[in-house]
Ligand binder design. Structure first.
Ligand code: ATP
Ligand code: MN
Length: 459
């Protein structure tokens, strides 16, 4: 039985069997206490092994951290400590040893940096195990949230031939022999490559999601996304998970409302259903974690235009590293000032200069800004980027010409405006950025099992 299940159901005085890994062993007279975990929850289970067990001397006394065992015994209230529950072993089978001279995860606390060098073993630590459980629960909560609201999940392609906005640099997907690719006039000839054209790993499923939103109304895609940008920061991965809902007959206000409701919902799920794991992070990573999370639920996000944000930044009197002026992109330090210091809560900045944003965002009546919105979180900066999409064929074509986007390549995208076009909007949530916020961890490499960053891709 899973330990989580056992601790929830508490079938006291019945015989149960558990399987897991030893965290620690402590011996007293003719008795050993084994702390066992199976990863199903943060808490371990105390197993009492007495000297009467046939393998006590030659096996149990040799158990060390990391060994895997199977225990059958009586699940009972611990006589010593009243409330506590323990498993009084009748039989212990050892499945796998872990030589203590070689096993790198002894009971002491390890730094996250050190654990990153052990990506195949770090899930066995309390903190990475807690992260994995929260990640799984919130991934499920995303599906629940959208499914309950009638959204249809669309599996947008991972290999794509459309470059969403030329946003991130993309990883090329090829089956060429790199030492001898087909060439034409000295250039690599992708027309003779696997797909008959240049293909890449997707930087966003948005454009494909739009095609489905303009058929199924409300859709979402949630999957891995790739950016070959060389930004070696604590908030960027080369492979990350992005959630992208797309809604037909929806404007920017509807988009912002949904994003806010969803973020509050996900934080509430974490607080209610991952409380043990969050407590761990609250105790060891960030003392203010729980109050910061609760704060999200209590207050609505502050909304301001880009123009207002710039004037607030100018008025702040701060000496920012990057200059602030209307028309310049907000840098991470600016985003964090707005959320952490000015508003002390999440901020939605909307209506950005059209020059800063991709071609598909809807041009506002001022013809100078677009209906874009970014959600900025304390400690994180941008967690969501979204917009209302340009549904007017002529305006979209004009924007594509302006930004140098080939009409023929995107004729399918223009078709969506030629045939039954409708106002529509959506956003992208970086799942790992959400997990950074929810766990209080400071490096994005610690909220994904096997991080891919410039110069590093283990396993
Ligand atoms: P940033 O300015 O932070 O690099 P962006 O504006 O390039 O992000 P978008 O293209 O708007 O990002 O992507 C939508 C969301 O995906 C972002 O709000 C962020 O949460 C997340 N995201 C973007 N790039 C990365 C990355 N390299 N690693 C992890 N998450 C990312
Ligand atoms: Mn963005």
């Amino acid at each position: 039985m899973q330990i989580a299940h056992l601790l929830k159901e508490k079938p006291v005085n019945s015989t149960v069997e558990i399987k897991g890994w030893v965290k620690s062993r402590r011996d007293s007279k003719n008795l050993s206490f084994l702390d066992i975990t199976d990863g199903s929850c943060l808490k371990g289970l105390q197993v009492i092994a007495d000297a009467g067990l046939s393998n006590y001397q030659n096996e149990i006394l040799k158990l060390t951290a990391g060994c895997s065992i199977q225990v059958t015994g009586l699940f009972a209230e611990s006589p010593a400590k009243g409330q506590d529950l323990e498993l009084q072993a009748r039989e212990i089978i050892i499945h796998g040893w872990a030589d203590p001279d070689e096993y790198p995860l002894q009971k002491k606390k390890h730094s996250f940096e050190f654990l990153r060098t052990l990506s195949h073993l770090r899930a066995r630590t309390n903190s990475l195990g807690a992260m994995a459980r929260i990640r799984s629960r919130l991934s499920f909560a995303i599906h629940q949230f959208f499914q309950e609201r009638g959204f249809i999940q669309v599996h947008t392609p991972i290999i794509t031939t459309s470059d969403c906005e030329g946003a991130g640099e993309m990883f090329t997907v090829t089956s060429f022999d790199l030492n001898n690719p087909a060439k034409n006039n000295g250039h690599v000839d992708f027309n003779r490559d696997f797909f008959g054209q240049r293909a890449s790993l997707t930087v966003s499923g948005q454009l494909e999601a739009e095609a489905y939103a303009l058929a199924l109304s409300n859709v979402y895609t949630f999957g891995p996304t790739f950016r070959a940008e060389n930004s070696n920061t604590s908030r960027h991965l080369a492979e990350f998970w992005m959630l992208e809902p797309e809604m037909a007959f929806c404007d920017l206000d509807g988009d912002m409302n949904l994003a806010e409701e969803m973020l509050q919902h996900l934080v509430r799920v974490a607080l209610e259903e991952c409380s043990d794991d969050l407590d761990l992070f609250g105790r060891f990573i960030d003392k203010n974690l729980l109050s910061r999370l609760n704060n999200i639920l209590d207050n609505s996000f502050v909304r301001m235009t880009y123009t207002e944000a710039v004037s607030q930044l100018e008025k702040s009197g701060r000496n920012f590293e990057f200059p602030v002026a209307w028309g310049m992109d907000l840098q991470s330090e600016h985003e964090r000032f707005l959320a952490e210091e000015l508003c002390k809560c999440p901020v939605i900045v909307k209506d950005y200069p059209k020059k800063l944003k991709p071609f598909y965002m809807r041009v506002n009546d001022d013809n100078n800004t677009v209906a874009a919105m970014d959600i900025l979180f304390p400690k994180i900066g941008e967690i969501i980027g979204g917009s209302q999409r340009e549904e007017r064929l002529s305006v979209l074509m004009e924007r594509m010409t302006e930004t140098g986007i080939d009409h023929d390549t995107y004729s399918w995208y223009l078709d969506l405006r030629r045939f039954g076009s409708a106002p529509h909007a959506g956003f992208g949530l970086g799942f790992e950025r959400l997990l950074l916020f929810v766990t209080g961890l400071s490096n994005i490499r610690d909220v994904i099992p096997f991080p891919r960053t410039p110069g590093s891709a283990t396993l």
